[in-house]
Design a protein around this ligand. Sequence first.
Ligand code: PEP
Length: 257
Amino acid sequence: MPTRTPLMAGNWKMNLNHLEAIAHVQKLAFALTDKDYEAVEVAVLPPFTDLRSVQTLVDGDKLKIRYGAQDLSAHESGAYTGEISGAMLAKLNCTYVTIGHSERRQYHGEDEPVVNAKVKAALQHGLTPIVCVGEELSVREAGNHVGHTLAQVDGGLKDVPAESVASLVIAYEPVWAIGTGKVCGEEDAQEVCGAIRGRLAELYDEETAQRVRIQYGGSVKSGNVAKIMAQPDIDGALVGGASLDAEEFVKIVRFRD
Ligand code: PEP
């Protein structure tokens, strides 16, 4: 069975300007050691305007922190005012890009066809998509959380070949747990993450399903991360609010301690 290196990614959302980004990454770089990087992959997902500063710091100091963007355009180039292309992110040496975050779905009307087009655009430029899926509270209360989330997986990955799927990341983020302080119980999170892996095995094959990393996201903190990471189908965390505090994010990275 393939081993999956946990991925701890900090989604800064619309926080930290490019100067604050430098200070923040410097704090992380100062605290994190080779031992941390051997055990866990660490990534930050700053706003677009910070990426060049983060790249300069990472390249200049040969940091092992990876970075990526919070979104990209489905289009290649041209008359799409305000959009950022996969090629632009690849040129900045981004590793990751989150796609279909619930805030993009909620405030920008992103649906499965949009997510699917963005996944393909990211892959075309060698970026690793972190495909975000997860149900709203009403869906969970109605007991449809697994079906709802699997439909998002199906739609987001439509016509994406197995060799591309194997390297990507899926983030299960129940919408009601994002930024609310309400954490999904670890067994509930495992139920959905296990179902996602099961669906990947159905859509592709067991080998592919075993290679995909599945993160949990939703009010992850140093105090709850260990229980979440103990679940067999959870391979990392997508961390919003808590990733803005460097000390707290380092504790999350060191979830085994
Ligand atoms: C997120 O932004 O993806 C997220 C999970 O946020 P928070 O950790 O603040 O709930």
